[in-house]
Design a binder for this molecule. Structure first.
Ligand SMILES: Nc1nc2c(ncn2[C@@H]2O[C@H](COP(=O)(O)OP(=O)(O)OP(=O)(O)O)[C@@H](O)[C@H]2O)c(=O)[nH]1
Ligand SMILES: [Zn+2]
Length: 456
């Protein structure tokens, strides 16, 4: 137990074994090594690394990865040490923060971590509880900061929960700590198995993990029940703090992607180099297949992957428009996947297409529209360009009046940088009469149903 020092406790965290630091500073060589590796990946994707949109991508990716794994370079001790303070008037003893069994919880901490299996970020809703002891409470924000140290590493949900729990247990030395994580991982649109016409590869893989120490070690204890009840107040329904099981083991959808074809060995070596630059050991058991899985994910977005297939579909589809009895046709909620060319992180969502079509002319079939969406989606993109390209392609088939709305969640806006959880982006492209007729635009926009973007 630490000694009282001007209202602050100094807990000897170094003795606790949670003072983890992998020991590399902000080194330009590290960033440069990641940049070089990212250039190899872009070239492997058939991209021109000097084109305007990609020129700064290697640096951005290097920065994003360094930021996303900044936890390796932080110490729990630095965060907790100055933020422990006595709750005056409480007796020393077990479970005092307003009485025996007193419980402090912080709910709904939004975190991001990197999946060690595929290198994509995954979203974490973190709930932390602890029962103070020895007149010692910790600044509330520190619970989040400590959790973030472990989130900002290559992780697996259960290990993340265990590390946060153990660090808080050693750092605060309370009677017990409980951690619940609700994790969301993007699905994998495995290009090889996604039919061009399919829109059924949406949403998230979810897993819930728990970790408890001290009085929370027994998951059937009353104190766990109290914790779960406090979550319920806020509509957070964690049915049961179920014991650690295999549910988190293979949660990453990359584990299920097809094994067809070897991955480009130069690209795989580049990803292994990135892992090394982040201070990780690519030979660590859990990371062995990670470079290959990441490359397979990335290859979904290889330039021109879909060209031939789309050409096949487009042939013979050019209908003539007769200008009698026109009305607006719409096809809503076509799903898409794309990869942000700035940060090499996914963005995904839905596309709504409206077009003016004469009566008597067959509207474009939905599968064709879906394939157009996939064609422009499975590339390194920005959302505005994706929107315009879809509009132009549809317009080239119909000869004119097209409106396209794309709604997306950008991982690069959520998992890093500005970290705007829950933000979404809508872009619009209008061609032909939609650009001059506000009533037509309004009619189409009103036909789009509420809450159409994908979410947790
Ligand atoms: N317009 C547009 N911007 C995008 C898209 N995807 C990512 N971006 C933005 O690309 C910009 C790149 O800005 P930079 O300042 O070069 O890179 P950065 O330092 O990583 O930027 P931050 O995201 O602000 O941290 C960011 O503002 C991103 O939000 C997209 O589809 N469309
Ligand atoms: Zn993963």
């Amino acid at each position: 137990m630490g000694a009282l020092d001007e209202g602050h406790f100094n807990v000897e965290l170094e003795e606790s074994g949670v003072n983890i630091e992998l020991g590399f500073e902000e080194e330009p060589e590290t960033v440069a090594a990641i940049e070089d590796a990212v250039k190899s990946l872009l070239q492997g994707l058939g991209e021109d690394i000097n084109r305007e949109g990609l020129r700064r991508t290697p640096l951005r990716v290097a920065k994003a990865l360094r930021e996303g794994t900044g936890g390796y370079r932080q110490k729990v001790k630095d965060i907790v040490q100055g933020a422990l303070f006595p709750e005056v008037g409480l007796e020393s003893g077990i479970g005092h923060a307003g009485g025996v069994g007193g419980l402090v919880i912080v709910r709904d901490l939004d975190l991001f971590s990197y999946c060690e299996s595929c290198l994509l970020p995954f979203q974490v809703k973190c709930h932390v509880g602890y029962v103070p002891s020895g007149q010692r409470v910790v600044g509330l924000s520190k619970l989040s900061r400590v959790a973030d140290i472990f989130a900002k590493r290559l992780q697996d949900p259960q290990r993340l929960a265990d590390e946060v729990c153990s660090a808080l247990q050693h750092g605060i030395k309370p009677t017990g700590v409980a951690v619940i994580l609700q994790c969301l991982h993007v699905h994998f649109p495995n290009f090889e198995s996604v039919s061009l016409e399919s829109s059924n590869h949406h949403g998230w893989v979810k897993v819930l993990v728990t970790s408890g120490s001290g009085v929370f070690e027994n998951e059937n204890s009353d104190i766990w029940g109290d914790f779960l009840s406090l979550l319920k107040f806020r509509g957070i329904n964690v049915e049961k703090a179920h014991p650690r099981d295999s549910s988190a083991k293979c949660w990453c959808p990359s584990q299920a992607t097809s094994k067809t074809g070897p991955a480009n060995s130069g690209m795989v070596a580049a990803v292994a180099a990135i892992l090394r630059s982040l201070g990780e050991d690519p030979l660590r058991k859990e990371l062995l297949g990670t470079p290959t899985r990441f490359v397979k994910w990335l290859m979904n977005f290889k330039n021109s992957n879909l060209e031939m297939k789309l050409n096949g579909l487009v042939l013979g589809r050019i209908d003539t428009l007769k200008s009698i009895g026109e009305h607006i046709n719409s096809e809503l909620n076509l799903s898409f996947w794309s990869q942000c060319e700035h940060h090499l992180l996914p963005f995904h969502g839905v596309v709504h297409i409206g077009y003016i079509c004469s009566e008597g002319v067959n509207p474009i079939r939905k599968p064709l529209l879906q394939s157009i969406v996939h064609f422009h989606g499975f590339k390194l993109q920005v959302q505005e360009r994706l929107t315009r390209q879809i509009a132009e392609t549809v317009s080239s088939l119909l000869g004119g009046d097209v409106m396209v709305v794309v709604e997306a969640n950008h991982t690069c806006m959520i998992s890093r940088g500005i970290e705007k959880f829950g933000s979404s982006t809508a872009t619009v492209a209008v061609l032909g009469r939609f650009s001059t007729d506000p009533a037509a635009r309004a009619k189409f926009l009103q036909s789009i149903p509420n809450s159409t973007t994908s979410g947790g």
